[in-house]
Design a protein around this ligand. Sequence first.
Ligand code: BG6
Length: 514
Amino acid sequence: MPPEPLHQVHPLLEGLGVERTAAPAAIVIFGASGDLTRRKLMPALQALMARDRLAPGTSIVGVGRSDLGDEGFRSRMRQAVEQAGGGDVDERAWGQLEGGLRYVSGGYDDAGTYKALDEVVGDLDRDRGTAGNRLHYLSTPPGVFATVVDHLGRVGLHRPAAGGDFARVVIEKPFGHDLDSAEALDRCLHEVLDEDQLYRIDHYLGKETVQNVLALRFANSIFEPVWNRSYVDSVQITVAESEGVGHRAGFYEDAGALRDIVQNHLLQVLALTAMEPPVSMSPKGIRDEKVKALGAVDLLSPAEVATEVVRGQYRRGWVSGAEVPGYDEEEGVAPDSRTETYVAMRLRIDNWRWAGVPFYLRTGKCLPRRVTEVALQFSGVPHLPFAPTQATQLGPNALVLRIQPDEGITLRFGAKIPGQSFDVRSVSMDFSYGAAFAEEAPEAYERLLHDALLGDPTLFIRTDEVQQAWRIVQPLLDAWSSESQPPAGYEAGTWGPEEADRLLEAGGHRWRRP
Ligand code: BG6
């Protein structure tokens, strides 16, 4: 007998963020022997099952080129769950998942793989009550996305089986390599799938603190009135990483920081920061506004790429007390590689709210700290009634949204230094997630996998968002492809090349040192 779903929710309660159990489904992971499945997907599914967010019959089919077999796959997934829990495993949840773990080995371009897969999910529908529902997760190299989807279409796995409600496909970035290839990829995907079946993951959107940008802006009356060109002087968005490229050179050499972080994570955070208030928190309400914000970003001309953008590459240096090799010394990196590991840029958003406010974006590997934040710097007061000597320690007002780590929000403002004189200096008011909430934030993948199973696409990237993001990035790709200068070098463990400091100094600003 197929197990009963745990509990039903009144249809009116369905929508963004409603905690409920997803309908049973066969979750098919392509690229199941890869790193992502072990580090993120399987631990997320186990955590969802432990919180009763997955129906008991939910089953996971791994597809990969390695010849693991069901038992090999199970023991790998068990290890993944143990590692994620630091040795602790919720045995009840594992017990429910374990029986539904299957493995299909084969090439992604081999029709036999999909025939075998079709049989396995058919068995699961019968034996475990997966009810004809499918969630395909493409955790493969991007070059095979179109092939996999084409084959799914041929065997009919792109549709729910009889009695099922859904068949969805989750795709990991990168969505294309540039604007043309992204559009070509979408055309291939749309030959088989409707847009509403496609769930393009940007794991930054699954982060609680990224979602909190929306809560901060649209659940409060005190911030929104100053969230515009009348009060905001400039905006800085930083995605800094202390790690180098590690063992991912094969991927990174072709990607670089622009494709790896700017095109997706950074521009998504920018969109949430800059967008207009949505009419509702519906998927369409939010995604329409994000597209409009990205669409208002002014494209850089080839000449502006030279003046408004800095790209860098790390050289040998020290990060957190350890010596790290230069990027060009990393295994798998060409000694004369021009791949950028750092990008900083100034963008303009040409709309009523943001005209004239520079948006400074930066990301880099081998920087001193891993930190992601959005900082709004406010304009100065119209008249400062203090002697200049009394305000030497007074900086601009700033609101800093600390996305990670140390998640929270900081407000910087001026206060009187206690004492006889009237000296003022900047102080901070801090909100910290850890101190304010007892609840633990779910991991980004946990949140996103659950949403994909529930059919809530709010935190996934729609096709027009992908295109808008490539539109912004494409002029940089074009300019760099014919650029004779290599990226500027910066010592690992520093905040990037000096050229990036000069970029801000030109506008009378300075990078924050988070
Ligand atoms: C990934 C990039 O998308 O995001 C990696 O491919 C990067 O290069 C990672 O390290 C950063 O994610 P997080 O969640 O650690 O900030």
